[in-house]
Design a protein around this ligand. Sequence first.
Ligand code: F0G
Length: 419
Amino acid sequence: MSLSLSATQPEVPADADEGVWLECIECGETFAPFADVRYTCDDCDGLLEVRYADLPTFDDFEGEGVWRYADALPFDEGVSIQEGATPLYEVPRLEDDVSVEALRIKHEGMNPTGSFKDRGMTVGVRVASELGVGRLACASTGNTSAALAAYGSRGGMETLVLLPAGKVAAGKIAQASLHGARILEVDGNFDACLDIVQELAGQGEAYLLNSLNPFRLEGQKTIGLEILEGFLADYDTVPDRIVLPVGNAGNTSALYKAFRELVQAGALDESDVPKLTGVQAEGAAPMVEAIENGADEVRRWDDVETRATAIRIGNPVNAPKALPGIRETDGTAVSVSDERITEAQRDLAREGIGVEPASAASVAGLRKLRAEGIVTRDERVACLTTGHLLKDPDAAAAAGRDPEPVPADTEGVLEHIRE
Ligand code: F0G
């Protein structure tokens, strides 16, 4: 099984291009990587993964940011705005409060457009230019559209984004707009947007840059590589567990791939692979349902709702990659209420870390699993916070303190603050 942690390095097929090729995770069919546009397997429509003839070890990485990991990527450089190299914050009070051996926050909100999507786009937009396509498109709950707009325009390409009308946070729309994307507001949810954009891409109207695109996940692998290097530097060991919010399950799939490749390269022991732990909002938790039921497939949820609009997703397209990732690493998946998400947003804010609601789901999920004893006291944990506070200013203002009107004189202000 190609998605097993103990998978061995495959034979290099004839259609490989400089040691890189695409392989179907279902039937094993291989394809040349850049000869033509393809998102899924021609034969069985299964998801594709990028494969490499040579896999790097930690010693091969040099430089900073996503392209530090060029040996684990299809190119040496991409369309870049200096993405990656995000902070791995210490949070001593939260660590104490949650009661684990170590807790670090990998804050992906510190990327150029304020989310982890930049890591995928620096690779994906480079592939688009390699393929010679002119127009890029995505469906998005917001962050993908912001990143696509920025990287697409940096790469000199036209961008088209399909968003669920009324369900995208203000900061994200502002970004897509200023970076020059054509924004199509769809009268439907994210899953409907993705159905449409897949059909447009299938008809050759645009190059699809959702996480269904296997190259995007290559860039997102670098989150896992950075977390592992950070823990090795500070604790001399990799984390026991990585907790992350789940929408389309692209990151879950990407982190799992990063670990599999390290194991195959002999750089990481199979028994040391961090437990991948996915968190969804209660109102949009199809992955959690599948994990809890031991199901091989995820049931599409048609009605989804959560304050964490970034993960308001009912049909996680990367589930076939992510379910084995959670199971093989001995991880789990858990859902959390919107109230707990907001509390976790405040917890992080107290440590000076500003995140959008979906990001805080990771911390809310960790708290829940720790309370249930599934996460134990002796664990070293990394929580992924995927997007910046300013992405969703309305959610931040609603979770925070209200401004207090005061008169325009010092006496009046003094009187007010002494009240
Ligand atoms: N967190 C944030 C802030 C996100 O924007 C997303 C996905 C996720 C978590 C979930 O990540 O899909 O890899 O499981 N946002 C996509 C978008 C869907 O359109 O911006 P995933």
